[in-house]
Design a protein around this ligand. Structure first.
Ligand code: ADP
Length: 322
């Protein structure tokens, strides 16, 4: 193709005879400039579009956050209401029983020493229950406030466990529970706050009672394993589903099975037990099958430099199913 001086194919030069910039070829030759002009004109729109998009995203995520916050707030207020209802219910029952027994004794309506002893035992048991519940709530609030302290000293947990079970036995038997113990006469010394350990154990025993149905049996074992002192409480109750096993340690959490049983509880017990175990440098283990039962194990590291030798204690009663 031959080109004219203007750089236009000679055959088409007549088409370029239009004056000025509007000629076809001028336009063609200046195309890149038009692109620049158009790009320049489009830029503010693109910028505005991006800005609107970003603002939209920020708005949508803020709305989502507000919605989630409201949902969390509502859930929290629901569990707190349930907590208050649970605690009030737990307070009400022993108070009513204490009131009834006290009044009966006061009005001298009891015949014989045996009967009066029975009433006095109910009063003692219910007072113990009340004191346990109040300790739980007070411990919980001091933990929340970061003020809970533990008095750790070397101790043999076998004694603490036996004493706690003995204190609680009357309550267990009254509820028709059989509680077996497999605890060696002595255990290696651990650093522990005896009162806190007893409270943790009572929480586990109480849960064993609360969440059992037909088989009313509890097994408490103490042993040494991998250099740790382990205290287990096993029940044959409703069990805990695998998906709930991580959640039961949270404050106020209660499983569907627990609710279905109609038992009231504060939902604080296990969260307290976990706190106690962390403060002791130990932990709590759980093995549970839905409908089969649960075994909660408190694991205490043996105190360093403890004078008593650490010996592995075989445990015949250890759960073989879990
Ligand atoms: P509470 O018993 O007062 O509800 P906890 O913190 O002690 O509170 O327990 C939390 C939840 O864990 C219980 O509501 C129950 O759903 C479940 N749970 C605890 N112990 C057992 C158990 N031994 N068997 C079955 N479920 C249990």
């Amino acid at each position: 193709v031959a080109f004219s001086e203007k750089g236009i194919p000679e055959d088409l030069e007549h088409l370029a005879s239009f004056p000025g910039e509007l000629s076809f070829f001028s336009l063609a030759l200046e195309r890149h400039r038009w692109h620049e002009i158009l790009d320049g004109a489009r830029r503010p729109f693109v910028f505005a579009g991006a800005l609107i998009g970003i603002l939209g995203l920020i708005l949508a995520s803020s709305l989502l956050l507000i919605y989630r916050g409201l949902q969390r707030e509502r859930a929290l207020s629901r569990v707190k209401t349930e907590f208050v209802a649970g605690v009030s219910h737990e307070l009400k029952t022993p108070l009513a029983l204490i009131h009834l027994c006290g009044e009966t004794l006061l009005l001298d309506r009891v015949r014989g020493k045996e009967q009066s002893e029975k009433y006095l035992r109910v009063i003692t048991r219910e007072t113990m229950r009340l004191s346990h519940l109040i300790t739980n709530v007070l411990d919980f609030s001091s933990i929340e406030a970061g003020k809970k302290t533990y008095d750790l000293e070397p101790c043999d947990l076998s004694e603490v466990i036996r004493e706690t079970i003995e204190h609680y036995r009357f309550h267990l038997e009254e509820k028709g529970f059989e509680c077996s113990e497999d605890i060696p006469p002595t255990l290696p010394l651990v650093l522990a706050d005896q009162q806190a350990v007893a409270q943790a154990l009572v929480n586990l025993l109480q849960n064993g009672v609360r969440y059992s149905t037909d088989t009313r049996r509890l097994e408490v074992t103490g042993r040494v394993e991998n250099g740790d002192v382990k205290i287990s409480v096993r029940d044959f109750g409703v069990g805990i589903s695998p998906s709930d096993q991580d959640k039961i340690w949270d404050d106020y959490f209660r499983t569907r099975q627990a609710r279905a049983l109609g038992t009231r509880g504060s939902g604080l017990g296990l969260s307290l037990v976990q706190h106690v175990m962390i403060a002791h440098g130990g932990n709590i283990e759980l093995r549970s099958d839905l409908g089969e039962g649960s075994t909660f194990t408190l694991v205490f590291p043996v105190a360093r430099g403890a004078s008593r030798e650490v010996s592995e204690v075989p445990n015949e009663q250890q759960d073989s199913r879990h």
